[in-house]
Design a protein around this ligand. Structure first.
Ligand code: SME
Length: 295
């Protein structure tokens, strides 16, 4: 994933002056500069395109087929009725994320339906200009999962797969300051492998910490501010936010992916989306007998 096309649909050329209470005060150029600057750390080339014309958007998508590895599209009003755009996204076959500045589900009824969503990996709405940044991150996370899935069969067993997943995720996302996997041994989580500062929490009882809570609740937990969560067990004083994603094998939790960030509020629904897909990959062919412990 080294080249991504960002498409803005109709009326987005008027950003800054068009209903700023809904769409924000930034102009389209300012939004594009923000997306470029905020995603610069990923080292991905971005192309930007805006049109008010359905056919022009479709032509750009067709041309992109051989030029880019993924698309982030804000289809604007086309979202709700353009079957031609939907067919174009499906025909081109590039991984595509649908984004919206506003939360289309909290507005008029006609905006709740997206005919584009079924041919996209994911819909991200309501984060203003960050919706595009999250769209780029979703494509990068998707590419990591695809790479892992492609390599998985040739990796030597469960232990190697768990280590490779941590390595790929940690390398791709600079906001991941500590990336690790805990495995469930009886009623205790045991640290299997990690990249980042050594953690004092190499064993965590189920029910304790954010990690233990995720097992007890059988759910992914996102903590935007670890200092405001009484459950949090500190690994590093620099940690500001955390996400914990359970790994299931044959409907049982066998472990979890744990990621800490020094950035506040670093994790959102799109991070949950690709990390749960990674957890799903890790749960396949999971064999506890193949685990090698470092300590
Ligand atoms: N913060 C985790 C403990 C693990 S360290 O972050 C690596 C928790 O609260 O469970």
């Amino acid at each position: 994933m080294n080249r991504i096309l960002i498409i803005h649909g109709p009326n987005l050329n008027l950003l800054g002056s068009r209903e700023p209470e809904i769409y924000g005060c930034d102009t389209l150029d300012e939004v594009n500069t923000y997306i470029r600057n905020t995603t610069a750390e990923y080292g991905v080339d971005l192309d930007f395109f805006q049109s008010n014309h359905e056919g022009a958007v479709i032509d750009r998508l067709h041309a992109a087929r051989t030029e880019v590895n993924g698309v982030v599209i804000n289809p604007a009003a086309f979202t709700h009725y353009s079957l031609a755009l939907r067919d174009a996204i499906a025909a081109v076959g590039l991984p595509t994320v649908e984004v919206h500045l506003s939360d289309i589900h909290q507005r008029e009824d006609f905006r709740r339906v997206s005919v584009i969503e079924p041919v996209c990996l994911l819909q991200i709405a309501g984060h203003r200009k960050d919706s595009y940044v999250y769209g780029v991150e979703a494509l990068l996370g998707h590419a990591v999962v695809e790479q892992f899935a492609g390599e998985a069969a040739s990796l030597a067993g469960t232990d190697a797969r768990l280590r490779r997943a941590v390595q790929l995720l940690h390398e791709r996302f600079p906001k991941f300051d500590w990336t690790g996997i805990y495995l469930l041994e009886g009623e205790e989580l045991r640290l299997h492998n990690f990249i980042g500062a050594p953690s004092p929490h190499t064993r965590i009882p189920v029910g304790q910490g954010i990690c233990g809570a995720a097992v007890a609740e059988e759910a992914t937990i996102i903590v935007p501010d670890v200092n405001a969560d009484p459950r949090y067990l500190a690994c590093s004083v620099e940690t500001r936010s955390e996400i914990v994603v359970p790994i299931y094998s044959e409907d049982r939790i066998v472990g979890e992916i744990d990621i800490d960030s020094h950035r506040p509020d670093a994790f959102h629904e799109h991070d949950r989306w690709y990390l749960e897909r990674m957890a799903d990959q890790l749960g396949r062919h999971f064999n506890f007998e193949e685990i090698v412990w470092d300590d």
